[in-house]
Design a protein around this ligand. Sequence first.
Ligand SMILES: [Zn+2]
Length: 366
Amino acid sequence: MDRFLLIAFLCVNWSHLAFSQAALPWTYIPNALLGPANWAGICSTGKRQSPIDIKSSETTLDKGLGAFTLKNYDRKLNKTFTGSNNGHSLGMSFPAGVYNVSGGGLNDVYTTVQFHFHYGPNNTVGSEHIVDGEHYAAELHFVSYNTKYADLMDALNHEDGLAVLGLFIRVGGKNNTAFSFLESARNLTSSYTSISDIPAFRFDRILPANKTKYFRYSGSLTTPSCKESVTWTVFRDAVNISQYQMNLLRQLRKTYTTTSVGNFRPVQPLYDRTIRTSFQVAEMTNTTSTKINTTVTSNWAETTTPTIADQNGTSLISSTGVATTNAEESPPAPTVEFDLGSSAVGMTTGLFLSMLFASMSALIVH
Ligand SMILES: [Zn+2]
């Protein structure tokens, strides 16, 4: 991005904030002043932030955490879904009132309206939650809102507003046919694009086979505005996708917000929260499903030969195995993202100016 475009971009953000108080720019770049450690508002001050490190030895068994009722998750309906690349991730959105989540210790019925992915630049990192300090390669979030509220944006303002089902993803083995929709990512490589004719697919096959073993805690959105309105479910068992399918995600063109660092937020302090489990944690020692497949992980190296090519045989990812980025891209000011509401963010002019400088420096460096 040249200097002129950079200045124009920042000015747009300035006016946007001054007059509409839309969300501030933010990035996943670890040491940038707009990076995760400096995200504004409750992101920095909250005591119920997500994700967290799930320390299995510190969890509490709750026998009240029973099985979920997942309405229509087991059906391939005659509908189409919308897939989007919002500059941070690939997401799929669904009509409200069709796919519902209840049971599983939830007091209300939640309706599923979208899911999206978090992943890293390689297979050793990428999940947002970690278990006993270990990352998975990716994490998928099914986002549902409480049907007693008018819509997703309304629900964001309530402690019991959202229920997110999180599942860990490892890389290895054959293509997982439940994730065939990832082929649509070929048409979403550019940021801020969407396609609305993706044939419906079954959700239950995306989730782990065992849906009764999970962690539960109260937390937040993992992107600004970081609202603390999420009842989190993180399934114990991971699912596998192939390296090819992982690369389909990584080929998504990223914006300045992610660069090559991935799109996962670092874990946040637990404070006085309790992590409950639907299962005896001792069971975890009897399964390998919660551990990263180190063999697969070690097979991934920065020298891995790209396996994704377009129809002309042109590689869509760089020789390092990391999706290429388009530094010339000038994305619009982010307003509504997959994980967040477009709530107003209060801040002082001084802080805003410092963040503008940070934004500028981050953009120039990257
Ligand atoms: Zn998420």
